[in-house]
Design a protein around this ligand. Sequence first.
Ligand SMILES: Nc1ncnc2c1ncn2[C@@H]1O[C@H](COP(=O)(O)OP(=O)(O)OP(=O)(O)O)[C@@H](O)[C@H]1O
Length: 295
Amino acid sequence: MTAVLQAHELGRRYGRRWALRDCTIEIPAGHVVGLVGPNGAGKTTLLKMAAGQLAPTSGSITVLGGLPAAGPAQLAKVGFVAQDTPVYAGLSVADHLRLGARLNPGWDAALARDRIAALGLDPAHKAGRLSGGQRAQLALTLGLAKRPEVLILDEPVASLDPLARREFLQGLMEAVVEHELSVLLSSHLVADLERTCDYLVVLVDSRVRVAGEADRLLSTHHRLTGPRRDPDRLPADQEIVSARHTERQSTFIVRTESPIHDPAWTVSRLSLEDLVLAYMEMPAEPRRAVLEVQR
Ligand SMILES: Nc1ncnc2c1ncn2[C@@H]1O[C@H](COP(=O)(O)OP(=O)(O)OP(=O)(O)O)[C@@H](O)[C@H]1O
């Protein structure tokens, strides 16, 4: 199956500063992919390169096997909803749908109309008078009605309250199931991604720290708690993501494919949030660095 996004040593620099560097990644199609990382990590930079709005400084990127924005066919396959829910304040909801129909050859007018009705939005309402949540829903509707194969959403829920956030993500999940599309979505809030995403990419300081299917990441990462131990005495196949020590006790988060039999450890599973936070806190050059978990 063609990868939804494939990048090889991809990098983007602004002046002398790298916003994204050495990004080598292959994300299979058919997932809801969460791109997570703190402010300034490089999420928007990666998504804009995938959408063809920004050219790489180095390396290469393909989306569904094609170069981003390489022509009408590629443009039709990829929907992009930029940060801050881009709608035109002076245009009505109906105007937005007309514009969408004009600009997109594969426009699904029935989908757009039905979704707007289901959301209870008045087609005559000006977008500038909609709430943040309603604007986000309008932008999502435009992205979905284009009927892309992959929908890229940059921080779609950042400005929404928890209820609007949940409604937005629920609507997105329903659309994913109904239209069988892949989704790439960025957020700095892990809790949003926990319910929504089945594939995760963690970006910190312009580098990919870890990437992989959520289930697989969860089954290969463990928290070990036990008597204080030097990290160098852990088996070589246990890659250390984080280590904390008190005078008597050590707690490690490790990644390993092998079962852990050491009776000295209490082994516990991680939540996705624990896992992401551990990678966010991981120093850039840890002992036995874990850079990527890819499948
Ligand atoms: N147009 C630009 N000119 C100069 N530097 C930029 C530009 N756009 C982004 N950067 C820098 O590149 C880095 C990555 O930015 P990017 O917007 O990709 O991060 P992000 O992870 O999306 O952050 P956020 O969560 O705050 O949206 C940051 O240090 C940012 O300051």
